[in-house]
Design a protein around this ligand. Sequence first.
Ligand code: 5GP
Length: 178
Amino acid sequence: MSTVQLHDLRFEPFISEQELGLAIDSVAADLNKKYEGKRPLFIGVLNGAFFFAAELVKRITVECEITFVKVASYHGTASTGKVDQLIGLNERISGRHVVVLEDIVDTGNTIEHIMAVLADHHPASVSIAALLFKPDAYTKDIPIDHVAIRIPNAFVVGSGLDHDGLGRNLPGILRIVQ
Ligand code: 5GP
């Protein structure tokens, strides 16, 4: 695949679909072991996590449930550090083993907020699974338990991730051309 123009920015191929698939296989294998007999509740964080959630749960062999929530925290290419309310959290969380599915963890502001909201609902446990993680940008102490792929601190799109609404449909991950 060659470079792609999305609004004002150009992106180049970075991680292939195949590489993503293998990394998701590995996360799923870990989760299948960890949650045997626990009927985990997967909570995908929209919009970006739709791809990761779909790819992950089709590899999950233990009995499980999946739902989605929505937060709004990111505008353009820089995290504002502000997050809104969690929308759509209707399931009973109390006593459940919850796995939060994130497309990407950057500064950690979003995941910190989500963890705080979930804690108020008294789950039995909460872990985090992320398709992508930027360790160099991360500012929190909360462990990101399951990471498919760690990436350097660059703006990326594809596989659910967008630039101002465009690019979520692109296969694999593309990185901004500086
Ligand atoms: P955080 O709160 O961890 O700084 O950012 C989390 C959210 O910001 C992600 O769910 C995603 O929506 C957005 N985000 C962070 N880094 C990137 C990136 O490189 N590309 C895109 N498209 N979104 C990002």
